[in-house]
Design a protein around this ligand. Structure first.
Ligand SMILES: [Zn+2]
Ligand SMILES: [Zn+2]
Length: 204
């Protein structure tokens, strides 16, 4: 079976949780680097500072939820709420961040780079996904931005992003959403909410 070049294998660090992202290309998603405090708190909670760049940025590829399939190890998938709107998915086996979604009806998942197999059919991440289009929430960066940080979000990117989201919505590419029960809309795992103490930055 020849793997489809636009399919990217998904796996946690230990390989227990696996899946596939279909139809992945620079123009079928929206890649960016997020420096927000919640993304940093998520990596801190998981004990995975290695997921962040030197300034605390997370490399995220937004794509339609219906194009992400979890094929193994879903028993180890967990969910964290740092705000009630965002479901942050990770694996319990090896604390790998999977990605972020909104509720069951929102057709977008921001897949975090740590859950995408590095060797995507022998292509680099930039080749498979395109370079990150922008950075967001850079005011929350914890250090000087790396020299290869993408440009700030420009007004020109808004229509691109909106038309992508709208297209995914209209074409029903959000379904099936791998993180919510197709009938009950219940999340795959009950979201955990951190106490303020658990959330606090150890270094501040
Ligand atoms: Zn694992
Ligand atoms: Zn963020």
């Amino acid at each position: 079976m020849t793997p489809n070049p636009s399919d990217i294998p998904l796996r946690c660090r230990c390989g227990h949780v696996r899946g596939v992202a279909n139809d992945v290309a620079p123009d079928t998603g929206f890649r960016f680097v997020c420096y927000c405090g919640d993304c940093q708190a998520f990596a801190r909670f998981l004990g995975r500072p290695d997921v962040l760049d030197s300034a605390g940025g997370t490399d995220i590829f937004q794509m339609p939820t219906g194009r992400v399939k979890l094929t193994a190890g879903t028993d180890a998938v967990r969910c964290l709420h740092l705000s009630s709107k965002v479901f942050r998915w990770y694996t319990d086996c090896c604390r790998t961040p999977i990605g972020n979604t909104a509720g069951p009806r929102f057709p977008v998942v921001g897949v975090i780079h740590s859950f995408m197999d590095r060797d995507a059919g022998g292509r680099s991440r930039d080749e498979a996904l395109g370079a990150p289009l922008c950075r967001i929430f850079e005011r929350s960066a914890v250090g000087p931005l790396p020299p290869n940080a993408p440009p700030p979000l420009s007004l020109g990117l808004f229509p691109i992003r909106v038309s992508k989201l709208l297209g995914w919505w209209l074409r029903r590419l959000g379904r099936p959403n791998p993180f919510f029960d197709v009938h009950t809309n219940a999340p795959l795992s009950v979201p955990r909410v951190l106490t303020p103490g658990e959330r606090a930055t150890p270094s501040q």
